[in-house]
Write a protein that binds this ligand. Structure first.
Ligand SMILES: Nc1ncnc2c1ncn2[C@@H]1O[C@H](COP(=O)(O)OP(=O)(O)OP(=O)(O)O)[C@@H](O)[C@H]1O
Length: 235
């Protein structure tokens, strides 16, 4: 893996197409999409439009052909799967719908798993975790509890801490707020956006809930960057 160029876009997609194995229709057909570093993007689309698929491509969990997908100037397809894992650990934070915390490990151990893969020392992890806990209104005592004992709202914020522990340039969030009531949801989004601004992280926040869109400076309908959906609507 070569060193990253500093002045590249966060995301640059050209001519990207993706269909799931053993299917004939493309879920994504994206001629061109650019996201600048530090952009805070609300990506909206109906259920089944391909939002999670796009996040999985951006995270390097799925790979697409033809086309190119560059993150921070790095073409993901040019990396081996092990190099993609390393790239993801160092540069990308992810919060998926199920949070994916390991229930029988403590909250701190869940967070440390992520920092370990990126080579962050334990002491630095403790300090960063405490800062992020404060920023997200989380009680530090939770660090020693089993992740399985947390409320849904707490799990969501811990998943965010885990995603941010390595100070990733890009944070991918898949609609984590549906389980929360409206006040908590708004507060959560505001805290999340504050942290991203402070860390100068690029945020791709995926949802079909338009009530959240006003928090973001950029709202991108998936239909506007994905031709596959246009075809879908026409026929
Ligand atoms: N593993 C898979 N194999 C085949 N088709 C799939 C697979 N996963 C998703 N799809 C299909 O790809 C399309 C896009 O799915 P995706 O999960 O990306 O949509 P989404 O916009 O995230 O939906 P939602 O808002 O409901 O989570 C859907 O038609 C879905 O049925």
């Amino acid at each position: 893996m070569t060193d990253l160029e500093p002045n590249t876009q966060a995301i640059a997609i050209n001519g990207l197409q993706f269909a799931y194995p053993r299917t004939t229709t493309s879920v994504l057909d994206m001629p061109h999409w650019r996201v600048e570093r530090g952009d805070l993007v609300f990506l909206k689309g109906a259920s089944g439009a391909g939002k999670s698929t796009l996040l999985n491509l951006l995270a390097g969990i799925l790979t697409a052909l033809p086309g190119t997908l560059q993150l921070l100037g790095q073409d993901l397809a040019a990396l081996s799967s092990r190099q993609r894992d390393t790239f993801r650990a160092r540069h990308i934070g992810m919060v998926f719908q199920q949070f994916n915390l390991i229930p029988y490990l403590s909250v701190f151990d869940n967070i440390q798993l992520a920092s370990h893969f990126a080579g962050l020392a334990r002491d630095a992890t403790v300090i960063r975790a405490q800062r992020l806990f404060e920023a997200l209104d989380l009680n530090g005592a939770l660090l020693q509890q089993h992740a399985g004992q947390l409320s849904v709202g707490q799990q969501q914020r811990v998943a965010i801490v885990r995603a941010l522990i390595n100070n990733p340039e890009i944070l991918l969030v898949d609609e984590p707020t549906s389980a929360l009531d409206a006040d908590l949801r708004d507060r959560f989004i505001q805290l999340l956006l504050d942290i991203c601004r402070q860390q100068q992280s690029t945020l791709i926040f995926v949802s079909h809930d338009m009530q959240l869109a006003h928090h973001f400076s950029q709202v991108v309908p998936l239909d506007s960057i994905n031709r596959a959906q246009h075809l879908h609507h026409v026929f």
